[in-house]
Ligand binder design. Structure first.
Ligand code: SF4
Ligand code: SF4
Length: 162
């Protein structure tokens, strides 16, 4: 995918997400915005393929692009990972898209521990699914979704065992 197509794709994706969040209320008021204050920068900060940002980025040894923020950002410019946290558009082997809790953030986000008690905004989940479908049309993005799904499944299995 070239730069112009990628820019168009992310413009579309950010438009689909709009201002939607998992809850109609500000969940940050409950936990003090823990996901923006974490020292574990491997959570919720990963850039998706071709995604560009105005925030500083570090590339890990295994080539993962992570946004390095100081816990503040221009909300309009936050990466996709931050917009969909703590959920993720997972895919199955046939490339079908679902929306599941991102258990990689389980230690961080209290929402994942209280899902049965929370009334979520269904529009958010519809939007994340649509975003997943947009991404799944591109081979590299689909591969990223598959790898991330595997990682999430591993975390989920680990949490069940512990
Ligand atoms: S850690 Fe979870 S509950 Fe807290 S602000 Fe982030 S997404 Fe919301
Ligand atoms: S980029 Fe913004 S939304 Fe994302 S973790 Fe940093 S401060 Fe929070």
């Amino acid at each position: 995918m070239n730069k112009t197509d990628a820019k168009q794709m992310y413009n579309k994706i950010f438009k689909v997400m709009g201002e939607l969040t998992p809850l109609r209320a500000d969940c940050g008021a409950l936990c003090g915005g823990a996901c923006c204050k974490s020292d574990d920068k491997s959570i919720g900060m990963r850039l998706f393929p071709y995604e560009e940002t105005t925030l500083p980025v570090k590339v890990t040894e295994d080539g993962v692009h992570l946004v390095v923020c100081d816990g503040t950002c221009n909300r309009e410019e936050r990466p996709l990972s931050c917009r969909i946290f703590p959920f993720f558009p997972t895919v199955d082997l046939r490339g079908r898209v679902y929306v599941e809790p991102d258990f990689r953030g389980a230690r961080l986000c209290p929402m994942l521990d209280h899902m049965d008690e929370i009334i979520f905004d269904k529009r958010f989940f519809k939007a994340v699914k649509k975003v997943g479908k947009i991404l799944a049309k591109d081979a590299q993005c689909l591969c990223f979704l598959k790898e991330s799904t595997d990682e999430i499944d591993t975390y989920k299995a680990f949490l069940k065992e512990s």
